[in-house]
Design a binder for this molecule. Structure first.
Ligand SMILES: Nc1nc2c(ncn2[C@@H]2O[C@H](COP(=O)(O)OP(=O)(O)OP(=O)(O)O)[C@@H](O)[C@H]2O)c(=O)[nH]1
Ligand SMILES: [Mg+2]
Length: 341
């Protein structure tokens, strides 16, 4: 699903101005009598402005994604970014306004054709623009919401939902982005303070000719799910809907600023969220971790199996890649993608 090319719906003022312009440009017409000339001019005016408005409104609802048809990950992302119910109502409102515009245009064309005096022709044309103006004005709130939704969707990460995905999760400042940098060509920001990553960042790791998608996520706090911030919720959505495996990055040195028992609570939350997908626990910053750090780490993480690595100094990354490989090899997505030769 590509969101980059979603068009921005016009405002109602913009649409009305375009309609007036289309009328002006279409108004050159000949005819035998004065009445006939005026009629032809105004018929062309109403026809071209109404068809411009109709096609613009059609484009709005044809190019706006149907939320129901999106992958569950994007569906939930939409519901975080904007009011999905109003979005749906607005799309159907655009449809119905498009129908009404066609109807009032037809009525005006009939009145112009039936007119016996130029005054009547002008009245019919003015009537058309009067109704068109108020119809479009009544649509402004919806067009505004659709514009906001389009601009939010354009910023969505371009996740490939068909390829195996590994989510890199953990508390803030533990080295998640450093790991993505070390394993892929992606260049996420790495800073010595928490909350650097504010959205999902993608990288690709080639494993046996399969491009595995690695997704770096914003740091998670140990708060209950319903209290998560908008930024954290992106990480939750990725874990819930996209993860074929998770690399949970912990920092045994606690230089990240988050104590180990805090990180362990986040770990439990992640394991519960991805029910079913394997979660690989890694202890990062091995280059500065002491024996003591690792012993405390092991006892707080209740002797869960883990791999000690250093993302920055590239220690044990080959072992991590091997582990990921064996986790993903069995997945359906993997089998579907692996070239049969
Ligand atoms: N010594 C050492 N420092 C590391 C290692 N990996 C990451 N760091 C440092 O840890 C800090 C945080 O790194 P990031 O990769 O930005 O951490 P993050 O988990 O993505 O942080 P947020 O996006 O804020 O959640 C930076 O100062 C890194 O240089 C490592 O293996 N060893
Ligand atoms: Mg980061």
């Amino acid at each position: 699903m590509g969101f980059r090319h979603i068009r921005t719906p016009p405002s109602s003022d913009e649409l009305f101005e375009r309609a007036v312009r289309a009328c002006r440009e279409a108004s050159q017409a000949g005819g035998r009598s004065r009445l006939e000339k005026v009629k032809r001019r105004h018929l062309r005016c109403v026809k071209s402005s109404s068809s411009l408005v109709v096609s613009s409104l059609r484009e709005v609802y044809r190019t706006s994604p149907y939320i129901e048809r999106l992958h569950p990950f994007y569906r939930e992302l939409c519901s975080i970014a904007f009011d999905v119910n109003t979005y749906r109502l607005c799309l159907s409102r655009v449809r119905s306004v498009e129908r009404i515009v066609r109807k009032i245009a037809l009525e005006s064309l009939r009145s112009i054709n039936a007119a016996t005096e130029t005054r009547e022709v002008i009245r019919a044309r003015r009537g058309f623009f009067g109704r068109l103006g108020s119809l479009l004005e009544s649509l402004e709130e919806c067009l505004m919401l659709l514009r906001e939704a389009a601009s939010a969707m354009r910023k969505f990460p371009e996740v490939n939902t068909e390829v195996p995905s590994v989510i890199i999760a953990g508390a803030p400042n533990v080295g998640k982005s450093s790991l993505l940098r070390a394993l892929t060509r992606a260049k996420p920001e790495v800073k010595p303070y928490p909350f650097t990553t504010k959205s999902l960042i993608l990288g690709v790791l080639e494993l046996e000719r399969v491009g595995v998608q690695l997704i770096d996520t914003p740091g998670l706090l140990d708060t209950p799910l319903e209290e998560k911030s908008g930024i954290e919720r992106q990480a939750i959505l990725a874990l819930r809907h996209l993860s074929d495996a998770v690399v949970f990055v912990a920092d045994p040195t606690e230089t990240c600023g988050f104590p180990l028992d805090f990180q362990q609570k986040v770990f439990v939350q992640v394991v519960n969220l991805v029910k079913g997908s394997p979660v690989l626990l890694v202890a990062n910053k091995l280059d500065i971790a002491s024996e003591e750090h690792l012993r405390t780490f092991e006892s707080i993480f209740e002797h869960t199996e883990y791999l000690a690595i250093s993302a920055e100094k590239r220690i044990n990354l080959d072992k991590l890649v091997d582990k990921l490989h064996s986790c993903l090899r069995g997945s359906t997505k993997w089998r579907n993608l692996l070239p049969s030769t």
